[in-house]
Design a binder for this molecule. Structure first.
Ligand SMILES: Nc1ncnc2c1ncn2[C@@H]1O[C@H](COP(=O)(O)OP(=O)(O)O)[C@@H](O)[C@H]1O
Ligand SMILES: [Mg+2]
Length: 254
């Protein structure tokens, strides 16, 4: 096993908010990491601090205690170095699809013509070919999420944070999207931190899973998922899968 420091490490992070004059402890002493090109999921009940943790990792917020390390070094200037698709990711309604997708490279000051060319080549992989000029309001929920994901992947950062990207989709669309996400990830091979509250989704996608307790969020369990890749939908009905599911539900106290 490599002795290189991991691309991303969260060490002893705590965070509280002051709400109406009282403290709400969102995270308590959270430590976790993701290795290069690893797919890591964070699963935990609603309100346990998952989005807060991603806000901290991305650099939008600072922890009260603890540090974020990038390749073993304190990531003080991490804002913009990490790709982040927040939970409420809105495509700009007045921009056409391709222009929405190019927002990431645009903000990052990349060569726009080159990015446009690359985006056009990638449209089929994201199931968006032929919709370049459509406005977000005319697209399905799944298409809008794929566009937001494409925008995030196209920024080409080494580490990507995805906060419940399929949370608002119906069950059937979610199932299609998870297989599809693995194809995309196989192509880009970035280190992924994926937040979800869906147990099957986490097992299906991940190399490793961290289970968080209810607020204040704290890591209660870490599991390595040893299902072979590429993964197909039928793996969900295997006994190994069921055993992982039981383990996670138990850790969640369900
Ligand atoms: N900016 C904020 N100000 C005050 N409280 C917040 C803020 N962000 C999150 N919280 C609180 O922190 C807790 C964790 O929230 P969040 O990170 O959104 O959880 P999750 O994503 O796991 O559902 C909740 O109680 C939430 O109300
Ligand atoms: Mg959240």
């Amino acid at each position: 096993m490599s002795t290189e420091p991991p691309p991303i490490e969260v060490r002893h992070v705590s965070k509280a908010f002051r709400v109406d004059g009282r403290f709400v402890q969102a995270l308590r002493d959270v430590s976790l990491m993701a290795r290069a090109q690893e797919f890591v999921s964070l699963i935990g009940p609603s309100g346990c601090g998952k989005s807060t943790l991603l806000n901290i990792i991305s650099g939008l917020m600072e922890p009260d205690e603890g540090v974020i390390l990038l390749h073993g070094k304190p990531g003080e200037q991490r804002l913009g170095r990490i790709g982040y698709m927040p939970q409420r990711d809105l495509l700009l309604p007045w921009r056409r699809l391709l222009d929405n997708i190019l927002l990431g490279p645009e903000v990052m000051g990349r060569d726009l013509e080159q990015a446009r060319q690359e985006a056009r080549e990638l449209l089929p992989l994201f199931g968006l070919q032929g919709f370049e000029d459509a406005y977000p309001a005319t697209l399905s929920g799944g298409m809008r999420q794929r566009a937001a994901l494409m925008r995030t992947f196209l920024c080409k950062q080494e580490i990507i944070l995805l906060d419940e990207p399929f949370g608002a989709l119906d069950a059937l669309t979610r199932r299609t999207m998870r297989s599809w996400l693995l194809e995309v990830w196989a192509r880009f091979r970035q280190t992924l931190l994926f937040v979800t509250h869906d147990v099957d989704e986490a097992i299906f996608l991940s190399d490793r899973i961290y289970v968080l307790s209810p607020r204040p969020g704290h890591v209660v369990r870490e599991l390595t998922i040893e299902l072979p890749r590429p993964r197909e939908e039928r793996v969900v009905s295997s006994s190994t899968f069921a055993a992982y599911r039981e383990e996670i539900l138990a850790a969640l106290g369900l």
